[in-house]
Unconditional design. Structure first.
Lengths: 203, 203, 203
């Protein structure tokens, strides 16, 4: 089941890459590269940081196939993508939850400190989008508006808190993943944002 | 002979870096760094992705010497570089062909899937230019105009098709490298581009 | 004592990251990420290039704690940072001197050529700022104005020259670090810059 969730997340990330790349009027291969980077960029940076090479997408072909198929479909049906906006947002959010916990566990396998593991989870989930925005010459969205990183960090903390209790690994995985997903959903639905550090300058 | 070709490619890449950096009015070290990144950036990313560290240019001093000499020459004779435009374009194209096949073979040595090897070849040939453009705060040229990546991917495919036939390794190397070079040359000469995905919006 | 100097340098780098991120009006986590990247980005790139993984900040928690505390303090006392401008500049300069020599020694430990070691020192000292500027969508400052890289390269050269003489390792370390620091200080005080390559176009 985790595998299916991971595929859905990969699909959502690659389509979000396609959408940004098309807004920049890139050509076919530009779009493919951006889709690829958005999907696997975070995990790639994580793997390079901990020395887990060749990086994951080079040894597990699932990523390549899923990204190729979903990007090409997204390019072909680009005029219909608007109808999928809500599903894509959901997939994307689920993908972030899953990627966060995968990143945390990779850190644990490398015997790293919990804070570093949470950072690795956040990198896995968020840095694909950061690299996408850099390649598209924009200031990464994550630094300015979304509650993205906050959700990942919260989920990572929950993961380590739950690990102290005698519940199975699978439950820890699922509950902390759900925390990421729900935090993001609630933040978007209720338009919650971090306190504005700059308000005093505006007044 | 391959070694001479590799040096010519390195020269061309570093001079292309010098030209971009001077257009951005960078200072001496800025220019050197951009020349360096343009030449070895793609191979560096490839090496980090597959865990081939220390990366190639750190253990083979040829790159450093060639880039230093050619960049300094390019800075000194900067007003004459225009006369070399055609030679530089040829060197650059040859370099791309060679870098692509080198990247493909590094992937094979790491036992990676053919699609991943082709991706590594394309990364080796193209990502120096991508990193250069990011450092110069421009949207990477490759994503918008050139048939660059297409040529590399085509050459990579030819490499694997030819490998199925009983011809020597050297021939496979040379023919597939030539495919990259000729694809790019023909595309530029006949102004071939990928189909425009956005034409419907213009009408 | 080196450890205290390293902490001061990390503090200065992270606060410089906070200042840039706040100028871009980033949110809380954006600021933290930029502070982190500015402090450890150079060392991280160095570690990934030579294959020293997991990278340093993942195994030595000092960096994480120092960056978290100093960034949060900087955000809280943001209106008072102006009074610290001179101290911060001094810390930053000291940090660059120290980071340069640390980078050079990491290269030596990996048996790399002196030129490559000097490059690694420069990368350690300067690339945190480069990555910060890329993330903030600006052309890296270092490529355009400062005598930053020059100071690092000079210090690296002094390191290798002194190593030829029968003086203790600690002295080599300290003297070459001081060369970096003094070069930068003198350059800023006397407004020394590299010769302008573009003056002929202006005239």
């Amino acid at each position: 089941m985790f595998y299916i969730v991971e595929i859905l997340g990969t699909v959502a990330f690659s389509i979000s890459g396609v959408l940004v790349a098309m807004k920049m009027r890139m050509d076919f291969f530009g779009i493919l590269i951006i889709a690829f980077v958005t999907s696997v960029g975070g995990g790639t940076l994580r793997d390079m940081l901990i020395g887990n090479t060749p990086v994951t997408w080079m040894t597990d072909m699932m990523y390549t196939y899923v990204i190729l198929v979903s990007s090409i479909m997204a390019i072909i049906f680009r005029s219909k993508l608007n109808y999928l906006r809500t599903s894509l947002f959901l997939f994307d959010t689920i993908g972030i939850g899953l990627y966060t916990i995968i990143g945390v566990e990779k850190g644990l396998n490398a015997n790293l400190h919990p804070i570093i593991c949470i950072a690795l989870g956040t990198i896995t989930a968020c840095f694909g989008g950061v690299i996408r925005d850099i390649l598209c010459n924009e200031i990464p969205v994550i630094f300015r508006k979304e509650i993205y990183a906050t959700a990942c960090i919260l989920g990572g903390i929950v993961y380590f808190v739950l690990s102290e209790f005698p519940i199975g690994n699978n439950w820890v995985f699922m509950i902390s993943g759900l925390v990421v997903i729900l935090t993001r959903l609630l933040a978007v639905i209720f338009k919650i944002a971090l306190p504005d550090l700059y308000s005093e300058k505006k007044g």
